[in-house]
Design a protein around this ligand. Sequence first.
Ligand SMILES: [Zn+2]
Ligand SMILES: [Zn+2]
Length: 298
Amino acid sequence: MLLYHRITDVDEADDPGGMVVPPELFREHMTALADWFDVVPARDVLGSHDRPTAAVTLDDGYLDNLEQAAPVLRELGIPATFFIVADAIAADPPEYWWDRLEHLLLEPGSGAERIRVAAGPRHLDLDLGTPLSSRAAYRELSAVLQRQGHDAAMQVLSTLEAARPRPPLCARHRRLSAEQVRALAEQDLFEVGSHTCTHSALAALSRRAGREELARSRQRLADLLGEAPDLLAYPYGSVGAVVRRNARDARSAGYRAAFANVAGPVEGASPFAVPRITVGRWSVAQLHAAVTAFRGPG
Ligand SMILES: [Zn+2]
Ligand SMILES: [Zn+2]
């Protein structure tokens, strides 16, 4: 089970989070994958198969999923599931916090070079004096915020926006509109799943808030698409960002399977903790090594 995020032409230097695979490379990956595996919809990868089987998922609902990834997938006849953040459809807030952080911490311009931020229970002193220290600050703050709820990230952003004003929007982090999500879902090869409402680490939320994220995002997508999504991808999806009670709540909310961001074989996995391999800017050989590591005997 493979996981991609953004499929777009962005240099590695402008991709500090390692979220981007360029479209040409994505095409090479997909071509190779179809050679090696039966590529099936994510929902069909569970259960047993006679032949090696793989599935493709894309998280976070960037506009490039529709503009760059979808044409490649269509051309090669490869099914895919797109996990959409319900509040992102309404552009609320207009960019994900990690993208906004890129502007606020890594782009040159005026403003404070030493900033203290409160990220949930922790305080961090950010040194934005040099490109190197700024990168370190970006990495440290990102790692902390990935374990927090949405509110903690919004609070950090407001501190940073005040200290280092930057232009409010950019083209490269654009996300799918409601209309564009529908355009994806209408294509036979594609399916839309929920990636919650606010992309908060579910483990960091109260039980009630976590359940709300699962139910409201499912309802929102049902209103948009005429059918409630069966599949869920946990935000961040790593150990610590999601815990057992979140899996139980996902089942209660009506989902039939939920996907994590931990590499591993799908065979034998719980349907509410399906492992996925997060793919980077890899050569086809690197992709091969990653997918065959989990390809069970036979
Ligand atoms: Zn941006
Ligand atoms: Zn995500």
